[in-house]
Write a protein that binds this ligand. Structure first.
Ligand SMILES: Cc1cc2nc3c(=O)[nH]c(=O)nc-3n(C[C@H](O)[C@H](O)[C@H](O)COP(=O)(O)O)c2cc1C
Length: 202
């Protein structure tokens, strides 16, 4: 198995999504001891926001600052790592009802027309085949279907939709939510996530 593990929490060792993502990785590596693991801490070393300068450089602009060149190379590495992987584990906290900006910056580099999706006469087509994704989701409140705040859920739905747009349908969410409600609720949510990790069988 070729595993790509991404984290994006800004909260370092207090992060819940980092606990969940690392325990998913441990579980997968126990099930598949031959796994080759690639890790990116997107919060620690984020890509720049995609900008007009990036598009200018790709169209052959002559002058390029070192910082932009390095960032373009980082984007190329993101793409290579994505293509190499057959399994992704994405640590994805909810920040302001959506995903953290370093994770969005990663998406902006790998969602590229002609590489990971294309438009056809029948509409868009995802070009990433035979990949599966585990999303390690953590959020302060509760947004699951049926809850009052469900309409504000632009976090997992966005990620699942984006992955589907790129051709990845096999997505499993391991979630700890309501962790801001109380220490007990947090412990309970993490315990539930751990049960769901233990239930991963392949
Ligand atoms: C900048 C920031 C924004 C947040 N926004 C939300 C939010 O919109 N909704 C929510 O339920 N929780 C929100 N939270 C709480 C986080 O989702 C919660 O702390 C979760 O554990 C974050 O995952 P992490 O611990 O891996 O960083 C926010 C936390 C931070 C730091």
């Amino acid at each position: 198995m070729q595993l790509l593990h991404l984290d994006s929490s800004l909260l370092g060792n207090r992060s819940v999504s980092r606990i969940i993502s690392s325990e998913i990785v441990t579980r997968l590596m126990t099930l598949h001891p031959e796994t080759s693991l690639n890790y990116r801490d997107l919060a620690d070393d984020p890509a720049l926001h995609l900008s007009a300068a990036h598009f200018g450089a790709k169209r052959g602009a002559a002058a390029m600052e070192r910082v932009l060149l390095d960032d373009l190379l980082k984007g190329n590495a993101y793409m290579d790592e994505l293509f190499q992987a057959d399994t992704l584990v994405i640590g994805a906290p909810m920040y302001n009802l959506s995903i953290p900006s370093p994770l969005k910056a990663w998406i902006d580099r790998v969602a590229v027309a002609g590489r990971t999706y294309c438009y056809t006469a029948n509409g868009p087509e995802g070009l990433l085949k035979n990949k599966r994704v585990f999303i390690a989701s953590a959020r302060g409140a509760v947004y699951s279907a049926g809850n009052a705040a469900a309409a504000l859920e632009h976090h997992e739905n966005y990620l699942i939709g984006l992955l589907g747009f790129l051709g990845i349908q096999d997505v499993t969410v391991i979630r700890a939510e309501g962790i801001a409600f109380s220490a007990e609720a947090k412990a309970e949510a993490i315990a539930q996530a751990r049960k769901n990790i233990a239930a991963i069988t392949q």
